[in-house]
Design a protein around this ligand. Structure first.
Ligand SMILES: *Cc1c(COP(=O)(O)O)cnc(C)c1O
Length: 363
């Protein structure tokens, strides 16, 4: 199917919730009117109906197939966002009197650290705070007595991304909210992967968790049911009413991904988008990239103008070209181009054209 933009041709660079494929919007809207030929809207169907159980099973199967999830892992659709996972992950993986190690690469990892500290001994192994998180720490020591190591693969706000997997003998836990499904990963390296859906997977309201079953139930803690991965594994994500519609739209996005060539296709396409935009940032003297080159995120490209007095002029040109969502995070300023999976290369070309025009008229 062709990758048409929506009718008003907005190039959506929103950092999240973000762009999804146009065909997903079409299928999703149809299901609100009538799900298949059930005579019912998906919004009024029981999550335990055979149609919705089959739909949820398909979503799980697609995650497993697309990411190559090995046996021994469960795929869960939870609520509460990645922000609840900050606490829930530590609650399920930090034994009483245990120790968790964290890599501090920005706001999101900080929030994870803060929540985990409620539960016990947390050590920050490395931080890039000294340079406002514009790089990924390397060469830090990893203690041998950790129960887990937690890190954030892509730092949505600062535009940095891990291109290596931290080495540890302990369990690896990762917040992959803003780069999951954008590139190949080796799930077997992890005890837990979690991701809020609204960046690369679907709408807000559902959180993906991929958990290694044999690691659960070992902390000695009394875990509330809704915060216990084990309960959700046993209930196949239907311990309580799941966010059916958000799961459905995520499933549609996964079908789109699979049909077009899966992770290998996405990986190549995301590289092409990042190469195009970073190439222009480096070539064009009007722009300065803010992240260290070797750590530049393929999902969120952060940059400032060489002359910030021209911010409003550049913003007006973006508006003119129907480019939306390019403003940097309030804590960083400047500009941020979020190039999530569904953003077509064509939209990046439109942005690059505006950057060229900006140089020609304002340089
Ligand atoms: C957006 C984001 C979060 C927060 O996700 P919520 O689903 O809003 O709780 C956490 N981590 C990362 C890396 C993010 O990009």
């Amino acid at each position: 199917m062709s990758e048409t933009l929506n009718t008003t041709k907005v190039h959506n660079y929103s950092a999240g919730p973000c762009i999804l494929p146009n065909e997903v919007f079409q299928q999703a809207s149809q299901a609100v009117l009538e799900y298949k030929t059930t005579g019912l809207s998906i919004l009024e169907m029981s999550h335990r109906s055979k149609e919705m159980v089959a739909m949820a099973e398909n979503a799980v199967a697609l995650v497993k197939e697309i990411l190559g999830v090995p046996s021994g892992y469960s795929v869960l659709f939870l609520q509460g966002g990645a922000s609840l996972q900050f606490y829930m992950s530590a609650l399920n993986f930090l034994p009483i009197n245990g120790k968790g190690g964290y890599l501090d690469t920005g706001v999101w990892s900080n929030k994870a650290i803060k929540e985990a500290k409620r539960l016990g001994n947390i050590e920050v192994l490395a931080s890039s705070k000294d340079k406002n998180y514009n790089y990924i720490p390397k060469g830090y020591a990893v203690p041998s007595d950790l129960d887990f190591l937690h890190y954030t693969t892509n730092n949505t706000i600062y535009g940095t991304e891990f291109f290596h997997t931290p080495k540890t003998d302990s369990v690896l836990i990762s917040d992959m909210s803003s780069d999951i499904f954008s590139r190949p990963i080796n799930v077997a390296d992890y005890g837990l992967i979690y991701a809020g859906a609204q960046k690369n997977l679907g709408p807000a309201g559902v959180t993906l968790a991929i958990v290694k079953d044999e690691l659960l139930g070992k902390t000695g803690r009394d875990i509330p049911a809704m915060l216990d991965y084990k309960i959700h594994v046993e209930g196949e994500s239907m311990y309580n009413t799941p966010p059916v519609y958000s799961i459905y739209v995520s499933m549609l996005t996964l079908e789109w991904l699979k049909k077009n060539g899966g992770i290998a296709w996405m990986d190549k396409r995301n590289q092409a988008k990042a190469d195009l935009l970073y190439g222009e940032i480096d070539r064009n003297p009007m722009f300065v990239g803010t992240a260290e080159k070797e750590d530049r995120s393929r999902m969120n490209a952060t940059f400032v103008l060489a002359n910030d007095a021209l911010d409003n002029t550049f913003s007006a040109m973006l508006d003119q070209a129907n480019i939306s969502g390019l403003k940097g995070h309030r804590s960083v300023g400047g500009f941020r181009a979020s190039m999530y999976n569904a953003l077509p290369l064509e939209s990046v070309q439109v942005l690059v054209d505006v950057m060229n025009e900006f140089e020609r008229t304002q340089g």
